[in-house]
Design a binder for this molecule. Structure first.
Ligand code: MTE
Length: 314
């Protein structure tokens, strides 16, 4: 599909709203002080114990202040601006049911709170790299996606996992027909190969900063794939489907020449309209060189051996 309009992250990087103009210096320093005091590792979420996974205890950069991560968001269901936190607050998340379907032993639905009892919660501090060339560090609580895959018991024919977000246009104004020209293929969907989904790095976040996941960040549960551009990390998941066909995700339907299935971070493969060689940490003017697989190649590079003909980096 041809993209006619400039939307959010389709802007030139130089035109992307500098989010730090939204935050006064005092708030930012309070956040930075909390990091320095070592207060950023979250305790358990959902009543169960969550220990820090030692492999992901330190992202090598300062944790992004909570105030910034919770109020500068991409969540197109609530609009194309970054300031959707108050609109997202209207999303009803209790109760929340997740449907597991497709090529599994037995399809089922599970309440979010029941799901939490069947997985191993842990804390991870990881980097997140948006395709728009900004980055952040988030202290998540959640569980490895492979725990959910194990519960689902996929059949041998299952090769991909397809995720879907809610479709509630009466609550999420961005989903109302006609907005943005009516061309958005709601609901938001994303997909991974089964091998990616069972990699240790693929994570379902259920909390951040030691609290329940804020609605603006995708409550009650969202995917986080730190080696891929942020649009893969689908928020507020209601459906997990196992399939033998490669899913065509929301952004791939909208702009296949710019947003692909794989979307692995690579500084040498530019977005058609801006460079990916560097990234700016949210809330700062600090620039860092972009790293292949966002620096997580040790975990995931092997997933792509022999796949040189695929468009792995868009
Ligand atoms: N999930 C849904 N359902 N809707 C979205 O618009 N935006 C994606 C991803 N997941 C998005 C989504 C993009 S582009 C990014 S960069 C991250 O969420 C942003 O996550 P954050 O708002 O927690 O920083």
């Amino acid at each position: 599909m041809h993209i006619h309009k400039i939307r959010g992250w389709e802007m030139l990087s130089s035109r992307i709203t500098p989010e730090h103009v939204f935050f006064n210096r005092r708030q930012f320093m309070a956040g930075a002080g909390a990091i320095a005091a070592g207060l950023m590792l979250p305790p358990a979420i959902g009543g169960a114990e969550a220990a820090v996974n030692p492999a992901f205890a330190d992202a090598g950069r300062a944790v992004t202040p909570e105030e910034i991560n919770t109020t500068f968001n991409n969540f197109y269901e609530f609009g194309s601006s970054k300031r959707i936190a108050s609109a997202a607050a209207a999303l009803p998340t209790k109760p929340w049911t997740i449907a597991v379907s497709g090529l599994v032993e037995k399809p089922f639905e599970i309440e979010f709170q029941d799901l939490l009892k069947q997985v191993s919660l842990e804390d991870r501090v990881v980097r997140h790299r948006c395709v728009e060339a900004w980055a952040m560090v988030v202290p998540w609580t959640g569980f490895a996606l492979k725990d959910l895959v194990a519960l689902a018991k996929p059949l041998s024919g299952a090769k991909f996992v397809r995720f879907e977000t809610f479709n509630l246009p009466e609550i999420a104004a961005g989903q109302k027909e006609g907005l943005f020209g009516g061309g958005y293929p709601w609901p938001y969907t994303e997909g991974l190969t089964l091998a990616e989904a069972t990699n240790d790095l693929a994570f379902i976040a259920t909390g951040a900063y030691g609290k329940e996941l804020p609605k603006s960040m995708g409550a009650p549960l969202r995917l986080h794939t730190p080696w891929k551009y942020g649009f893969k990390s689908i928020k507020s998941i209601v459906k997990v489907e196992f399939t033998d066909k490669r899913p065509v995700s929301f952004w791939e339907q909208l702009g296949p020449a710019e947003y692909g299935f794989w979307a692995n971070v690579n500084p040498q493969v530019d977005h058609p309209r801006w460079s990916q060689s560097q990234e700016r940490m949210l809330g700062t003017d600090e620039m860092f060189p972009t790293q292949l697989f966002n620096g997580y190649g040790e975990w995931v590079a092997g997933l792509y051996a022999g796949m040189e003909n695929e468009k792995l980096y868009m």
